[in-house]
Design a protein around this ligand. Structure first.
Ligand SMILES: Cc1ncc(COP(=O)(O)O)c(C=O)c1O
Length: 370
């Protein structure tokens, strides 16, 4: 048995979700966010499929992720969302940097001047996320100064929402207003329209005014909506299934303690299955006595604490379960389904965290099964 679980990734589900984005945003460009190994789904395979479906750009967080895509033969424009300036690599790998500060724009311009090259940049404005980007209060002056630097060309402006997923959209609207004012002032100054993007999945799904020239969805491509207060009008298909098999199955009498700390003691003669994955494989310790898995299309609860390499489940209600049977930790089996939203709720986190934790630590296989 190899370490951890199998992550089965449905590329046809990802294609379906991408087509859903296109249906919503029509002729806007789509910048597919494939950072963190495509949210645990595998950046190379997912990017290749998204490009086949018509994605215009890819976006990753750091340089190493972009290099991985280029080395796999991916030719599409790639945006680097967070990294520090690396001019040689931008040129060599044809990457588009996002500039977050005047200081990094000056640094990049100096280097570009020395090498006699022109680098296209996207400039980020902090309209309320409080993470990275030009301060929106003096962004227009900063942008004008950046636009005059040799060796740089502002190809686009972008910003990022901090809470477009909430029912109360007032702060997202404020952010968009700030962004629109800055875009307009810069366009007037440069006497050209400045290509702009701000919409994450939440805004793609529910904030049409924010679609602008391009959208930047991540989570919805993988089949989940970040908008928890409202059932989505659009059917998204979860692309990840996490599977394993029962490693061992034992019959134990009532009163048997299970796992560290004896937090689960059998109340009846029980059948306890051991699964060959634990928190080292991304199955959070917060699922101790607090999550279900699927066996033979039925739910079986986690019994006791999740260990580093193993997890116990109570199979007493599933007579037909046997060693080596398939177990679904995330995904569907017969008429039952464990979603990343369900697991996230149990662990006090978000679906993004569940997908990256499990997807990035499992052995991946790809399927076309939707
Ligand atoms: C800058 C940026 N744009 C877009 C996204 C995509 O967001 P989502 O996955 O919510 O669609 C992210 C994700 O965190 C991001 O950091």
């Amino acid at each position: 048995m190899s370490r951890g679980a199998i992550a089965e990734i449905s590329l046809s589900a990802i294609a379906h979700n991408f087509r859903t984005v296109k249906r919503i945003v029509k002729d806007r460009l789509v910048i597919a966010v494939v950072k963190a190994d495509a949210y645990g789904h595998g950046a190379v395979e997912v990017s290749a499929r998204l490009l086949m479906e018509g994605a215009d750009y890819l976006a990753v967080a750091y340089l190493g992720e972009a290099i991985q895509l280029r080395e796999a033969g991916i030719q599409a424009p790639i945006l680097l969302l967070f990294d520090r300036p690396h001019l040689d690599e931008y040129i060599h790998f044809r990457l588009i940097p996002i500039v977050h500060s005047s200081a990094s724009a000056y640094e990049l311009s100096e280097e570009a001047k020395k090498k006699d090259v022109l680098i296209k940049i996207h400039v980020k404005i902090d309209t309320g996320m409080g993470r990275m980007g030009l301060n929106s209060v003096h962004a227009v002056d900063d942008l004008i100064a950046i636009s005059e630097l040799p060796g740089l060309q502002i190809e686009a402006l972008l910003s990022h929402f901090s809470e477009a997923d909430l029912a109360d959209r007032s702060f997202a609207e404020e952010q968009l207003e700030r962004f629109n004012a800055i875009r307009q002032a810069l366009s007037e100054k440069l006497k050209r329209k400045v290509f702009s993007h701000i919409a994450n999945s939440a805004a793609v799904l529910g904030f049409e005014d924010a679609h602008l020239d391009a959208v930047r969805p991540g989570i919805m491509l993988y089949g989940y909506s970040p908008v928890m207060h409202k059932i989505s009008d659009f059917q998204l298909l979860p692309a990840m299934t996490i599977k394993t098999r029962i490693l061992s199955l034992r019959n134990v009498p009532a009163g048997t303690p299970i796992s560290y700390g004896r937090t689960f003691i059998t109340k009846r003669p029980s059948r306890i299955g051991v699964l060959p994955l634990g928190y080292a494989d991304g199955y959070s310790r917060l699922f101790s006595n607090n999550a279900d898995v699927l066996v033979k299309g039925k739910r079986a609860p986690v019994a006791g604490r999740v260990c580093m390499d193993t997890t116990m489940v109570d199979l007493t209600e599933i007579d037909e379960a046997d060693e080596n049977d398939e177990v679904i930790m995330l995904g569907g089996q017969a008429n039952e389904r464990v979603t990343a939203d369900e697991l996230a709720q149990k662990a006090g986190t978000i679906s993004y965290d569940i997908l990256t934790s499990l997807g990035n630590r499992s052995q991946r296989i790809y399927a076309e099964n939707y």
